[in-house]
Design a protein around this ligand. Sequence first.
Ligand SMILES: [Zn+2]
Length: 355
Amino acid sequence: MKLIAQKEAADFVKTGAKEFRQNSEIRLTPGAKDVFTEAGVKVVFDAGAAAIATGSAGSAPVAAPAPYSAADIALFASKEATTIKEQICDIGRRIWAREYCDGNGGNISARLGPDRFICTPTGVSKGFMTPDMMCMVDGKGKQLGGTWKRSSEITTHMAIFHSTPEAVSVCHAHPVHAGAFAIKGMQPPPRLIPELEVFVGTVAYTPYKTPGSPEIAAEIFPLAPKHQSILMGNHGVICWGKSVEDAYFKMEITDAYCRTVILAQSIPGSASIPCDKLPELLNIKKSLGLPDDRYDLKPAGLCEVDPWVQMCGSHGCSSPVTPWNPMTNDAPSSNAEIEALVQKLTDEIVANLKK
Ligand SMILES: [Zn+2]
């Protein structure tokens, strides 16, 4: 039996939910009933669920687990949690505005305290979230706060939080340019733009596994300590950072890089950052305290593959592109010209046959 007292009812009201469902395992104190009546929260009996609320936006009914502990409710309503919720909503808007997420795609999370994390709910556009939609989970992904159901991909985020103590926030989205590399199963070639080398490093790649599955978590776990940006094959990109905005920056830098590389491959040329200049960039990176799996490599090991050969094969991407231009095309235009051309070709064929 779980007793919901006045304070817990008041905390529930703060989430903005308009409906509180109870079953035989849940009882409300008279004070809690008053709080709900005053706030216009409807209390309904539902034997099938421990507690289900309808979010303030009124669209998706969302399931919450059994009422949370008083300590978790207080933590979830704390100033620190509120700040993180607002930051996540802000980054959600930026992800959506830059077309990094489609439909309900993408999810963001951040550490709140020991074994407590704030994360985005499932089934909502990341561009239109409000703080009351956020969820709180423990390190196993179990929901401990919020009335919207937490993202199904939170276990992938947990793989990063558990293997990488310095990861404060994780950002996952489906940006199209980095996504283009992800669906081809190709890591973006290195040594083309200093921004990526210093602030992101080698973008890792892991083959396709079902989103949110234990298999993808197992793939991400060992990669995260040395890679802040990881392509998930035929899916999207997951990045971590030392703040919510920092995790998003990794996403932005990764996608801008991939976009530039995709555009550049059609332009003749094969320039790249010289191998002997790469250690200087890595030194800058080291001084910023950023992880990289290349710190121990000698210059030769840093430049094993030419980036354009990695991108386009042994000939590189330097073959010139000659777009067809109808204004300068010298194709025959009149019937008489076509007749003359056909006659000329026929004569040549006949002459060849006679040889
Ligand atoms: Zn996804």
